[in-house]
Design a protein around this ligand. Structure first.
Ligand code: NDP
Ligand code: 8X3
Length: 250
């Protein structure tokens, strides 16, 4: 029987690539994001039979409820929730960061993800489904300017592990995927549209692609039902860790 994935943030980057990968593997996809015209284009490209679109802001409770209430009956049986929608805003240290940016990251990456999960959990349990949450290496490795973004992704990782505990015995699988550098619109969003900054970050680094992460998600989702990947951390070979910093007197 055809399986259905509900993928948030499918208008760009990893989410769009995931929609393509899952449809390519024979799944149906509920594709979501705020930009309706991009969702329309995705549906036209991947096929109207295979893709249903819902345009809503995950940080807007009422919009989320209205979108989900309007889901046609034959799209309501969700087998996999991919909580991918998210963003970083700003690269400045905490003392120079904008409180509005922090609020938006928490509302999107944390509150929106939790609200959608809460809403879809009963159906996922009934179907012995699965959840893939997009965390980040920023959850584990702090860096200057990562502050609240890293905090939201640490929440996503820990929430995923907590869900695993709570869902013990239900058959529902939960995975936290934690990528390093993936070239998407992530950095242009983070820098307020600075394409040059984005190009400079990725230039010569051979970053991971959205398709790399989408293929990983598909692999996780199609493992035998008795196997659960708890956490999965990925980086491009060109990226690794740096040491601690020491502020010296004088
Ligand atoms: P993109 O900016 O390319 O895509 C982000 C997606 O999230 C878009 O589809 C956007 O859709 C959606 N989104 C953002 N805010 C909202 C909102 N309030 N409501 C609904 N949808 C929203 O970035 P990526 O593909 O790189 O990011 C996808 C996920 O991967 C994020 O959670 C990110 O934190 C994570 N990640 C990214 C890494 C990277 O290096 N790129 C590394 C590790 C993790 P729209 O604007 O249409 O609403
Ligand atoms: C995005 C990866 O390293 O830019 O989550 O924080 S990083």
């Amino acid at each position: 029987m055809t399986q259905t994935a509900f993928i948030t943030g499918a208008t760009s980057g990893i989410g769009a690539a995931a929609a393509e990968a899952f449809v390519g593997a024979g799944w149906r996809v509920v594709a979501t994001g705020r930009r309706a015209e991009r969702l329309d284009a995705l549906r036209a490209r991947l096929g109207e039979e295979a893709v249903h679109t819902l345009a809503f802001d995950v940080a807007d409770d009422a919009a989320m409820a209205a979108a989900l209430d309007g889901l046609p009956a034959d799209w309501q049986a969700i087998d996999l929730l991919v909580n991918n929608a998210g963003l970083a805003l700003g690269t400045k240290p905490a003392q120079d960061a904008r409180m509005d940016d922090w609020r938006t990251m928490i509302a999107t990456n944390v509150t929106g993800l939790v609200a959608l999960t809460h809403r879809l959990l009963p159906g996922l349990i009934a179907r012995r489904g699965a959840i893939i949450n997009l965390s980040s290496v920023a959850a584990t490795y702090p860096y200057v300017g990562g502050n609240v973004y890293g905090g939201t992704k640490a929440f996503v990782e820990q929430f995923s592990l907590g869900l695993r505990s709570d869902l013990h015995g239900t058959g529902v699988r939960v995975t936290s995927i934690e990528p390093g550098m993936v070239e998407t619109e992530f950095t242009t969003v983070r820098t307020g549209g600075d394409q040059a900054a984005s190009d400079a970050l990725y230039r010569g680094a051979e970053p991971m692609t959205a398709a790399d992460i989408a293929a990983t998600m598909l692999w996780v989702a199609t493992l035998p039902a008795h196997l659960n990947i708890n956490r999965l951390e990925l980086m491009p070979v060109s990226q690794s860790f740096a040491g601690f910093q020491v502020a010296r007197a004088g």
